[in-house]
Write a protein that binds this ligand. Structure first.
Ligand SMILES: Cc1ncc(COP(=O)(O)O)c(C=O)c1O
Length: 373
């Protein structure tokens, strides 16, 4: 069977190790998993209650248009319902945007060490990937991106730019003014969409950050992706949101599978969106947890990147394969990020106070066991 070389050389997206797998492999009873930037508080209690009630309706197909959820988002996030589409996680949205707007041989542009799904989805669609370098402080370089789009010999092939803001795995962000200047520079380029992936939007504390949604009216090529997997605690349900110009929403709804978002996910998302207390509690736990992790890493003498997400990238200064193995033996799953080009760094998601404590304690022991590089 003939298979495209792009498909044969595809490296699948590496997810965090499931707890059950670590238990099986290492014979562990209790495991702390801080590897996938999930919400340590679980789903919103209102979402759980609503889902339990909706179970008895699951003989029926879900609403293919997600009508109620779309209208609730429109109201809560102050945007026309014509500019809202729902995906099976933001991952599906990334995948479909590439399939809709890029022909094989055309390209996406993103940054090195940007969230890896853009490049995986592009490669699967035989779409070229271009990357600008990361700045020394681990932030995305929007000036380099604009320069690529205006000056590079390949500029005409780029159909979509992906800007994760904040970025995973670095936790870094780009501020409002840098975004505005970038959009000014590229606003007249034809057939180009600028996608801001704001999966971690709700965790941002930086005062000079704003959602790119604020730029959608002024710059009609701006799209925003949001998710219910992080702050809303619904990763298992799979629900992402696309905010985009009407014509993009229209095309997206033509191409997606009719029942891409199941009923329980819709029910859970509607309830979670109305649970302001849960969101507030999630933010508090995340921000306290980040400060706890910073303090722990400072005590261990490890450098980290200040984060606007619910995770921290830090430098173990050691061979990360060995560090990871030693942590797993102690029942702690963090995320090595070699696939992002970092040989000694790991990413730790914020857990509960106790989980963070356990992970930091394990790290203390492991640093004594594994020699620095
Ligand atoms: C930047 C970024 N975008 C998107 C996603 C995917 O989220 P979802 O669960 O909505 O597919 C993640 C998940 O880790 C992420 O880090």
């Amino acid at each position: 069977m003939k298979v495209s070389s792009e498909i044969l050389s595809l490296v699948p997206y590496k997810t965090g190790k499931p707890i059950s797998e670590a238990q099986r492999e290492y014979g562990l009873k209790s495991v702390v998993k801080l590897a996938s930037n999930e919400n340590p508080l679980g789903p919103s209690p209102k979402a759980i209650e609503a889902v339990e009630k909706a179970l008895k309706n699951q003989n029926l197909y879900p609403d293919p248009s997600c009508y109620e959820l779309v209208h609730l988002i429109s109201q809560k996030w102050s945007i026309s319902s014509k500019k809202v589409a729902i995906g099976n996680g933001s991952n599906e949205i990334i995948d479909l945007l590439i399939r809709i707007f890029c022909e094989p041989g055309e390209a996406i542009l993103t940054s090195k060490a940007a969230f890896v799904a853009y490049q995986v989805c592009a490669q699967a669609a035989r779409v070229q990937r271009f990357f600008t370098p990361l700045k020394l402080d681990f932030t995305l370089d929007l000036e380099a991106m604009a320069q690529f789009l205006v000056e590079s010999p390949d500029k005409g092939r780029v159909r979509i730019v992906f800007i994760p803001n904040p970025n995973n795995p670095t936790g870094s962000y780009v501020g409002r003014e840098a975004v505005r200047q970038f959009l000014e520079k590229v606003k007249d380029l034809p057939d180009l969409l600028i996608v801001f992936d704001e999966a971690y939007n709700e965790f941002v504390r930086a005062k000079d950050y704003s959602s790119a949604q604020d730029f959608m009216t002024q710059f009609p090529n701006v799209l925003v992706i949001r998710t219910f997997s992080k702050a809303y605690g619904l990763a298992g349900f799979r629900l992402g949101v696309l905010l985009a110009p009407d014509f993009v929403v229209d095309l997206f709804n033509r191409v997606r599978n009719p029942f891409n978002v199941n009923d329980l996910a819709q029910v859970a998302a509607r309830a979670a969106l109305s649970d302001d207390d849960f969101l507030k509690r999630t933010q508090e736990v995340t921000w306290l947890g980040l400060d706890q992790i910073y303090q722990g890493l400072n005590d261990l003498g490890l450098k980290y990147v200040p984060s606007q997400g619910n995770f921290v990238l830090f430098d173990t200064q050691r061979d990360v394969v060995q560090v990871n193995e030693a942590l797993l033996k102690r029942g702690v799953i963090l995320r090595p990020v070699m696939n992002y080009g970092f040989q000694t760094h790991m990413r730790m998601s914020v857990g509960t106070h106790e989980e963070n404590q356990k992970a930091l304690q394990a790290l203390l022991e492991v640093l004594k066991e594994v020699k620095p590089k």
